[in-house]
Design a protein around this ligand. Structure first.
Ligand code: AYL
Length: 531
């Protein structure tokens, strides 16, 4: 029964004194003197040591500054997993600038929305992606990692700058450093302002203390196959990996045999994955031809991990702990983490997302009343702590809708905390659709559908799928009887990245709505289930 008394949950690990006022790049490279010659980035046959990675980041900072990047400016990184991604991100941090990253597969229209929202000074990308950048939004220069496209600057010319020429800028803990985009609980994608404070704290919540929650060392080799432009890999692989002094194995594109070969060859010890990747791995017979015994833990995140899938993977990797992290771009990002990954591991439960991170509070509320719920009662998960976002970029209304006056961030996820402090997610209250862990904001597809001259009304909802988790499906009202499902699908496919494409289009007479005009998404989801 909900009561007005607050039921607040904490980590099973004790709170720790968190470092104060340390900038993100300083924190990530703090152990440099001890690990300078250890491998940091592995990309194909090239390995960069920690000293090289740090030096190249400083050089890129000097080079970017020459191209006009100043404190507070936004730099857009549109790259697959590569050393250049990491040098650029760290360089931006050193300049007191803000890194926004997006999927290089996005269409020109999608990228333009981001450019319009945050008006970057500089973009770092591949030659093949340059044509998607609309120069009308104030870009001063475009850097390409291979031979430069016309009017672009070569990355390695930028990286040739003298690191001593990087300007000394005063950067504050509360200054923004990263600006990923997320749709949050409602609407289209918005810029999420993450500061040095939020990200450094979130990394520290994983890595600090006598018993770090996420124990990784310079002996570890971390698999980086999830895209660095998304907050999961950006945080758990790049930032935590650098802080730990581990080697980061960069895989630019997913191909199962090459991946298994790389895991075996480089003796990967830690793998951060999403459930569809586990499905691809467990279902592939080639798995048994490779030696994967070096893996000591696998962290799944960004989407629900089925119990059977978790058990299937645990059977294939008997030496490894298979557990979950639960995060959200806006929450800085990690909310909870499996305690099996700790230095002195605590017991775990299959299906759980771990316990709330240290130095933070979590509560579960009844959505209608806002009252907090006791253990074992599912409700909306809320989190509070120094790691959460500063807010949405230029959008105080959306920020206020997500972070309440008492500092609680409302996730839009339904879950509960059990008798042993383990968090279990049950369902999603928010409208967000997740295709293989990627965000598909229904509002974005609905806006596009409504821009079609023959469509009078539209709604997009998730349909459950064994492989992708969820697929976007549209309900469309049209008075044009010649409009076909294929035509609607094509209309969307031309404008969006592959994972936002519509799987199915249902033509209906009306979209069910509440009296306040909100789409009754649950009714539509139920309708799909009954078809
Ligand atoms: P965003 N199980 C089920 N759903 C999850 C999980 C999980 N383990 N993790 C995230 N989600 C869903 O912003 C949930 O609905 O970040 C959440 O609100 O793209 C939404 O995804 C947020 O989507 C980690 C683990 C970072 C995960 C992340 C964030 C990834 C997704 C660090 O260690």
């Amino acid at each position: 029964r909900p009561t007005a008394t607050a039921h607040i949950f904490k980590s099973k690990l004790p709170d720790i004194p968190l470092p104060n006022n340390v900038l993100l790049h300083t924190y990530c490279f703090q152990k440099l003197p001890e690990i300078a010659h250890r491998p940091c980035l592995i990309a194909g046959d090239r390995t960069y040591s920690y000293a090289e990675t740090h030096l190249l980041s400083r050089k890129v900072a000097a080079g970017m500054s020459k191209l006009g990047v100043r404190k507070g400016d936004v730099v857009m990184i549109l790259l697959p997993n590569s050393p250049e991604f990491i040098f650029s991100f760290m360089a931006v941090s050193m300049l007191g600038a803000v890194a926004t990253s997006a999927n290089p597969f996005y269409t020109a229209a999608e990228i333009s929305k981001y450019l319009a929202a945050c008006k970057p000074t500089l973009a770092v990308t591949e030659a093949a992606t340059v044509h998607k950048l609309d120069m009308g939004w104030g870009l001063k220069a475009v850097v390409t990692v291979e031979e430069p496209a016309e009017n672009c600057v070569r990355f390695w010319d930028v990286a040739a700058a003298d690191e001593k020429e990087a300007p000394a800028v005063e950067i504050f803990w509360e200054d923004a450093v990263a600006l990923p985009f997320s749709s949050g609980t409602t609407g289209v994608a918005k810029g999420v302002v993450l500061t040095h404070k939020s990200l450094m704290t979130s990394v520290a919540q994983m890595m600090e203390g006598e018993n770090p929650n996420l124990y990784m060392t310079e002996e570890d080799v971390i698999l980086c196959v999830l895209p660095l432009f998304h907050i999961f890999a950006m945080h758990c692989v790049m930032m935590c990996g650098l802080r730990a002094g581990s080697a980061i194995l960069l895989i630019p594109q997913f191909e199962i045999r090459a991946l298994l070969e790389a895991i075996e060859r480089h003796r990967v010890t830690v793998a951060m994955v999403v459930p569809p990747l586990i499905i691809a791995l467990t279902k592939n017979p080639a798995l048994h031809h490779y030696d994967l015994t070096s893996i000591r833990f696998v962290m799944s995140g960004a989407a629900p991990l089925g119990l059977q899938l978790q058990e299937a993977l645990a059977n294939i990797l008997p030496n490894a702990i298979v557990g979950q992290g639960y995060g959200m771009t806006e929450s800085g990002p990690v909310l909870s983490m499996c305690l099996g990954f700790a230095k002195k591991p605590l017991p775990t439960k299959v299906g759980s997302c771990g316990t709330v991170v240290r130095n933070a509070e979590l509560k579960v509320i009844e959505p209608q009343t806002g009252f907090s719920l006791p253990r074992n009662h599912p409700g909306e998960i809320c989190v509070r702590g120094p790691q959460i976002m500063k807010g949405y970029l230029n959008n105080p209304q959306a920020t206020a809708a997500m972070i309440d006056a008492h500092g609680w961030l409302h996730t839009g996820d339904i879950g509960y905390v059990d008798d042993d402090d383990h968090i279990f997610l049950v369902e999603r209250l928010k409208e967000l659709i997740k295709f293989k862990g990627f965000q598909v904001p229904p509002a974005e597809l609905e806006d596009l559908l409504m821009s079609h001259p023959s469509i009078a009304d539209a709604a997009v909802v998730p349909q459950k799928d064994d492989v992708a988790g969820e697929l976007p499906v549209a309900f469309v009202v049209s008075f044009d009887l010649t409009l076909t499902e294929e035509a609607v699908k094509d209309f969307i496919a031309k404008q969006v990245v592959f994972y936002k494409r519509l799987h199915k289009v249902h033509f209906v007479h009306a979209i069910p709505k509440s009296i306040t005009g909100k789409i009754l998404r649950k009714d539509l989801v139920a309708k799909i289930a009954s078809i």
